[in-house]
Design a protein around this ligand. Structure first.
Ligand SMILES: *Cc1c(COP(=O)(O)O)cnc(C)c1O
Length: 333
């Protein structure tokens, strides 16, 4: 791009090669037979679902031609509808609620039409989806989320067998997967994770062992991929690590993830100030010595959070420079 066009503009750069690299790091942490369901909810964690899904579905990971992901998952029907065309199966994680409210029924019809997997956590939701699928002359793929301690949404573990059996009895439903979500995934050998997995096994083992083909089970988010190998089952669900952020918040050479997003902006002006001068609104920072101040044309209107004043740093030509003073609406110093 012509330098003149970018001068003054702040840019968010998304690295395709970093996504591929992180997918390789994640693939290395799981057995070759374990599938990888990439979490692309919330517009691919803010990275842009169009670009991220394109990489995950069209770029080979290595010479074998393997794709970075085997499946995709989003939170809502709207997010699924906004995804670009992809050959990868898509799961919608928010459970089907009341199908008679608003556009929910059309949303479910759309999901069945596209072959997206819907999450159900109650027999009544399963029956509703089954009825809609029957009316369409189609079979709906469903996923069951079991609550083993997150207390967010999922069928309570003791009631899961009943739900699974009910789903199986409805011919217009196909049970694709059964999952749970761990609370302390980024902790090594966490006792509660072990307890959650025990509950998950108890709720699903006998059902699974009597079925062919077996619905896939999964439990691991990014943290659990690295720290709780027993949670890998047949598939894992990495989100944050795929985008290059360490699930422990402490990057480690054991998990050489690369940030996918880079936010750049030019320095608008640079000026030298004398010791004792304050910078910005509220005089929240005073120069302890003669200082050189750079002004970056990015502020809280751009999403550079106001709470980062006097707390963050930016990299200028490789040097880490502290943010001083308050972040204003469209400037940071
Ligand atoms: C968001 C989410 C994930 C991904 O979690 P990360 O910690 O970002 O890897 C996995 N599973 C479920 C159910 C989620 O909602």
């Amino acid at each position: 791009m012509d330098a003149k066009h970018t001068l003054g503009a702040s840019r968010l750069l998304i690295s395709r090669s970093a996504i591929l690299h992180n997918a390789r790091v994640l693939r290395r942490a799981i057995a070759p037979t374990v599938k990888l369901c990439a979490m692309v909810k919330a517009n691919a964690y803010g990275h842009g679902a169009d670009l991220v899904v394109d990489v995950l579905s069209n770029f080979a990971l290595d010479e074998s031609g393997r794709l970075p992901a085997d499946q995709l998952a989003v939170a809502t029907l709207d997010e699924a509808a906004a995804l670009p065309d992809t050959p990868l199966p898509v799961t919608i994680l928010r459970p089907v609620e009341n199908v008679y409210v608003g556009a929910e029924r059309q949303g479910i019809e759309l999901a069945i039409h596209h072959g997206w997997t819907l999450t159900v956590i109650s027999p009544s939701a399963a029956e509703d989806v089954a009825r809609i699928a029957l009316a369409l002359g189609a079979r709906a793929s469903v996923h069951v989320m079991i609550d083993t301690g997150m207390q967010r949404c999922g069928v309570d573990a003791p009631r899961a067998p009943e739900l699974l059996t009910r789903i199986e009895s409805l011919p217009s439903l196909k049970l694709s997967s059964i999952a749970t979500h761990l609370v302390n995934a980024e902790v090594h050998s966490d006792a509660f994770a072990a307890e959650q997995l025990r509950r998950f096994h108890q709720a699903t083992d006998s059902f699974i062992s009597a079925r062919t083909p077996r619905p896939a089970r999964h439990a691991a988010n990014s943290g659990a991929i690295f720290f709780t190998p027993r949670s890998h089952f047949e598939m894992v669900r990495p989100g944050i690590a795929l985008y290059g952020i360490d699930p422990t918040c402490r990057p480690s050479i054991d998990r050489p993830l690369r940030p996918v997003m880079k936010w750049t902006a030019p320095l608008l002006t640079i000026h030298d100030i004398a010791a004792g001068s304050s910078v910005g609104y509220g005089q929240s920072w005073t120069a302890p010595r003669d200082s050189r101040i750079g002004v970056v044309p990015v502020g809280y209107a751009d999403g550079y959070m106001r709470c980062l004043g006097n707390r963050a740093a930016m990299i200028v030509n490789g040097a880490v420079c502290p943010v001083v003073g308050r972040v204003s609406m469209d400037f940071t110093t």
